[in-house]
Design a binder for this molecule. Structure first.
Ligand code: ZN
Length: 414
């Protein structure tokens, strides 16, 4: 998946979670249902039938009615699935409070970006979104290698999910042979065997990592001894991969548990890298701002939109904190169009004086992503954890860009 599309999906996912966590039930009547990918649908339906009969004993009449109808709604939607999608399914269904005493049926089905780990049914006055919130925190792909002379395991860290793809045992005999006269020859043989094994692992890693090397944030190598350093330093992997190696770590095992240990040890590096990348980008933008008219910075919502229209934006930088909806109106009389940041109190058409009507509303961040795609700009989303991220949101409204070229001056200065 192109990284822009990934960032957009992440943004939409985050927004959906925010909306979910705002919903409240009047009683204990909002259902959250997490279905892991390997769970059978008929199993889930059987579980829900059980819950349905248990819930028939709920004392409050309105809560009972709402819970039962929520369970029924989930069961009817499950009919459309033969099996859960790749990452599982999460249902959020229930009657949520609206103005005053009103409630309204609310239902959201999410295919999460990463696999649901455990089956969970929860009925509460709020939706249970924590497991999905945790998925939001990590978002990058890293390559993982744990190696010694006996074994090697290769995998990926995809967000929070560790996937092991290859585990190979080597045929390299131990160095500590009770040697006789032939011990020198024996040593040469085991070095040949070791070299063959490293070569083979190098090929396996090249094949696994190269197709997605551009999307990979980094590679971590671990192992119990110095073999990992030897393997790293001796060109068994392509240069494109060795360049992405962040660091080497001492870990005790070279099987799948070694991959987990490696991720734990590398956690600090990953956090630093992400924040460093965001800081670099904002600082680069700030340097351009300071250059004034000679700089490549563009900011201000309108200015950025115009620059995107002219296809002159190289990188569009957006704060993850922007929440903006635009309302598009059209005049039924003269077809004049207008856009607003909020539903306007005065919708009189400035051209003919008729009342304009709303045509549609759109999430502005999604609009910006679409505009960036049209104009060939890359999009970078910046979190609000660092000072630089906060500055971007606070001082610049969270929407800025770096241009491809310095814009021509429209006025002459004498
Ligand atoms: Zn009009």
């Amino acid at each position: 998946m192109p990284s822009d599309e990934k960032q957009l999906r992440r943004y939409e996912f985050k927004k959906a979670l925010e909306e979910l966590s705002k919903q409240k039930g009047r009683g204990t009547e909002l259902i959250s249902l997490y279905i892991p990918p390997e769970r059978q649908i008929y199993d889930v339906v059987a579980y829900l039938r059980d819950e349905f009969s248990t819930s028939s004993n709920i004392k409050s009449k309105s809560t009972r009615k709402n819970v039962l109808s929520a369970i029924e709604s989930i069961m009817s939607k499950l009919k459309y699935y033969k099996q859960p999608p790749e990452t599982g399914l999460v249902f959020f269904v229930g009657h949520v409070q609206k103005r005053g005493d009103q409630t309204e049926m609310y239902s959201q089905i999410i295919e999460p970006p990463e696999p649901v780990q455990t089956f969970l049914y929860k009925c509460d006055s709020q939706f249970y979104t924590e497991p999905l919130m945790a998925q939001l925190k990590a978002k990058d792909v890293y390559g993982l290698i744990v190696i010694d002379r006996k074994e090697c395991t290769v995998g990926f860290l995809n967000g929070t999910n560790i996937v092991s793809i290859v585990n190979e045992q080597s045929l390299v005999p131990s160095k500590h042979h009770q040697g006789g006269q032939s011990s020198r020859r024996y040593e040469r043989l085991i070095e040949i065997a070791a070299n063959d094994y490293f070569k083979k692992m190098g090929e396996i890693i090249n094949n696994a990592f190269m197709p997605i090397i551009r999307d990979m944030k980094g590679v971590f190598i671990g192992g119990p001894g110095s073999t990992k350093n030897f393997f790293f330093e001796n060109d068994y992997m392509f240069k494109d991969i060795t360049r992405k190696v962040v660091d080497l770590y001492d870990v005790g095992y070279t099987d799948e548990s070694g991959l987990r240990e490696l991720v734990e040890k590398a956690a600090e590096s990953m956090k630093d890298m992400e924040i460093a990348r965001e800081k670099d980008l904002v600082n680069r933008f700030m340097r351009e701002v300071r250059k004034g008219d000679e700089g490549l910075a563009v900011y201000g919502e309108k200015e950025v939109a115009q620059a995107l229209d002219r296809k002159s934006v190289d990188i569009l930088i957006l704060s993850e904190g922007i929440r903006k909806t635009k309302y598009y109106y059209v005049c039924p009389n003269c077809q004049n169009t207008a856009e607003f940041d909020a539903r306007p109190d005065d919708n009189t058409c400035p051209k003919c004086g008729s009342a304009m009507e709303m045509d549609h509303e759109d999430d502005y961040v999604k609009t910006l992503f679409a505009m960036a795609e049209q104009s060939g700009a890359t999009v970078e989303m910046i979190g609000e954890d660092s000072d630089e991220g906060k500055l971007l949101k606070k001082a610049f409204g969270g929407i800025v860009g770096i241009l491809r070229y310095v814009p021509q001056k429209t006025t002459n200065s004498f």
